[in-house]
Design a protein around this ligand. Sequence first.
Ligand code: ASP
Length: 326
Amino acid sequence: MMSIRSLAGACLSAFAALSAFAVPASAQNYPTRTITMIVPFAAGGPTDVISRIVTAHMAQTLGQSIVIENVVGAGGTTATTRAARAANDGYTLVTGHMGTHAASVPLYPKLAYHPEKDFEPVALLAGTPILILARKDFPPKDLKEFVAYVKTNAEKVNAAHAGIGSVSHASCELLNSILDVKPVGVPFNGTGPAMNALVAGQVDYMCDQIVNAVPQINAGTIKAYAVATPERNPSLPNVPTTAEAGLPAFQAQAWNAIFAPKGTSPAIIATLNAAAIKALDEDNVRKRLLELGSVIPAPANRTPEALATLVKNEIAKWTPVLKPAT
Ligand code: ASP
């Protein structure tokens, strides 16, 4: 006679077999056509650059092209809303970040999506340290002078960002609250265009993800006062940390990650996650991400579950920082 335990085991295996059959044909053959990756900011910014580097390799693994669609506006929340409402068939994805999937929650009381409830996390692509940047002829020479200058000239200085709730906006809100200043904010559709304005000397300063700043800093077209992480970044060995430069309270690192609309099948999520991990392990992809200052996620942080935890923790972290600013 079958014991209760083996009966339960048999039932479980039968269930497992049935669930395997339950994977819809569309998920089994996935992908059979072009995938759209929505990038919530303009071309040339960190989110766009990271998405292009990683998806180019993922497309090879998946055997289908991945088309980047830059959908701008409202600090990335317009595009993220569109992604949340897209069909959950694996053919529309979004590259979100610390702004779209965390900082936007306290800043937009009527946000049309919830980062945790309306998305399936797919994979973390990169950690991106935050830098304090300025136009190259901005008078302060170092971070101490910057702090003094911004405080004395509070009414005159302006800070570029990629819209309310973007990484550049949220991280400079943190900096500005530490310094107790309220510069005029100058919004752009992404920090690609904001960087162009900084290089052209049209705006004074900006806090942003390291990615598209590295080439400009190395070319001397902008200034970098500090990186807001505990360690210097290997791509910018001469840029001090905020602690070294006298402002240890300002610590900020952002990230970019792929999300799919809620209800996308677990088989599709697993396929996409595996392709993203394969890309992160490929030499050329790693080299390009590292030379732009990104931090490649450690294996334990590459699962959809780890990304879900990151999103939860980031919402909890940024909500008290940004609530008073609204
Ligand atoms: N770095 C951006 C932000 O401030 C956006 C972008 O990637 O263009 O959120």
